[in-house]
Ligand binder design. Structure first.
Ligand code: FAD
Length: 374
């Protein structure tokens, strides 16, 4: 029987980064993963020569040079720039909101004209001076009615499964508006997609004689034994599930993915198209080959439709819902966590935070430096 120093629950980016760093320090690590593959939500799989993002579009972006250098140890990145297009009842608009969008919407050609138009729209809405009471009022007060109606309302209502008038205003604190012809979605300095997909990153992180990985193993099938047998546990599953939901359930949003292989070279001409009306049941259509500039077999493409869904026990919890009530409940779970000195809770589900990839690596490296005091 091997004597492990660590049990890591979950082979996503948090667990894998921690495992890699622990092994680098000579520690013996066991990783268990309940899915039948490693890499968590960044998992990509090749089909028809195309890297298919199995759990939704993943674009790496950061302004942190250390994190950017760190991830490049495990893959070479291409120059992909996220520039989604919105489809509203057949009308196409560039995102994020920028001069291209304004020109498409109103035929304006200069920043001054665009600003005037937005001011005029806000005035038409005739909102009171008081604080916006819901997401609809907030959005209109920031950007006016046209953009709200065509590009925000339907998409947001589908995403959250609630009417915009029933959603809290804070979901939209600010809206990125650019008065330049720049369709780059992110403001970060570094951005790209790993050539050959994301899975290789986790594979390389876990490729060590000191790391053993078992997939198809659920921590909760043997929780008590794991807690007894391992000196330290890094847990990247759901913190409320770890405590058997004893304080109540945290809320999550789930997603359903519908993937289709098509016998055409190019289905939609862009990696990501957002469907912003409320009639179309899906929010996004991803055409994976465009993440790598059309790489893949001739005459084939893979397309995924993304449907938002309510979460209930047993579903995949893709997004934490970080509203006030849930964050307060999470704080209560944190108190329980402090009575579990053997266990460190990490990652998107363990820390109940909507982390992007660069933030999850950052959080994992922080946990590593706390653990090893180096
Ligand atoms: P996960 O990847 O969820 O890994 C946790 C792992 O633990 C999973 O594999 C799970 O199966 C396993 N696990 C859970 N419970 C148990 C258990 N009981 N026993 C054993 N194993 C268990 N980030 C970006 O930077 N850019 C993007 O464009 C982007 N797009 C996204 C799109 C979508 C649709 C989603 C859902 C996320 C996106 N993200 C994006 C965020 C990114 O996916 C996360 O930052 C990252 O995957 C989090 O890593 P993690 O290790 O914390 O969690």
């Amino acid at each position: 029987l091997v004597n492990y120093d660590y049990l890591i629950v979950g082979s996503g980016l948090f667990g894998a980064t921690f495992a890699y760093e622990a092994a680098k320090r000579g520690k013996h690590v066991k990783v268990i993963e309940k899915r039948d593959h490693i890499a968590g939500n960044i998992y990509t799989k090749e089909q028809d020569g195309i890297q298919v993002h199995q759990y939704g579009a993943h674009i790496f972006h950061t302004s942190n040079k250390e994190i950017w250098n760190y991830i490049q140890q495990f893959a070479e990145f291409n120059r992909y720039t996220n520039s989604p297009v919105a489809n509203y009842k057949g009308e196409l608009y560039n995102l994020p909101f920028n001069m291209n969008t304004f020109s498409e919407l109103w035929g304006v050609t200069t920043p001054a004209e665009a600003k005037a138009k937005i001011e005029e729209q806000k005035a038409v809405a005739n909102l009171s001076d008081s604080e916006p009471r819901n997401l609809e009022e907030q959005a209109i007060s920031l950007i006016g009615t046209d953009i709200y109606t065509k590009l925000i309302k339907g998409y947001t209502e589908k995403q959250w499964g609630q009417k915009a008038t029933e959603l809290p205003a804070f979901i939209i604190r600010r809206l990125p508006v650019r008065y330049t012809f720049d369709n780059n979605y992110f403001n970060d300095i570094y951005q790209g997609i790993p050539i050959g997909g994301y899975t290789q990153i986790v594979e390389k992180m876990l490729d060590s004689d000191l790391i053993d990985v078992e997939t198809g193993v659920d921590f909760f099938d043997n929780k008590e034994e794991y807690l007894k047998d391992y000196p330290r546990i890094i847990f990247t599953g759901m913190i409320d599930e770890f405590f058997d939901y004893q304080l109540g359930e945290l809320q999550y949003r789930s997603l359903k993915f519908e993937t289709e292989e098509m016998n055409v070279d190019n289905f939609q001409g862009n990696a990501v198209i957002n469907y912003t009306d409320s009639e179309t049941p899906y929010t996004r259509v991803i055409e994976h080959k465009h993440f790598e500039f059309g790489k893949g077999d001739k005459g084939k493409t893979i397309v995924t439709r993304e449907y938002p869904a309510n979460w209930k026990r047993g579903d995949e919890p893709y997004y934490p819902v970080n509203n006030k009530a849930n964050n307060e409940l999470y704080t209560e779970y944190r108190k329980l966590a402090e009575n579990q000195p053997k266990v460190t809770f990490g990652g998107r589900l363990g820390m109940y935070r909507y982390y992007d990839m660069h933030q999850v690596i950052h959080a994992a490296l922080e946990a590593v430096s706390q653990e090893f005091k180096d």
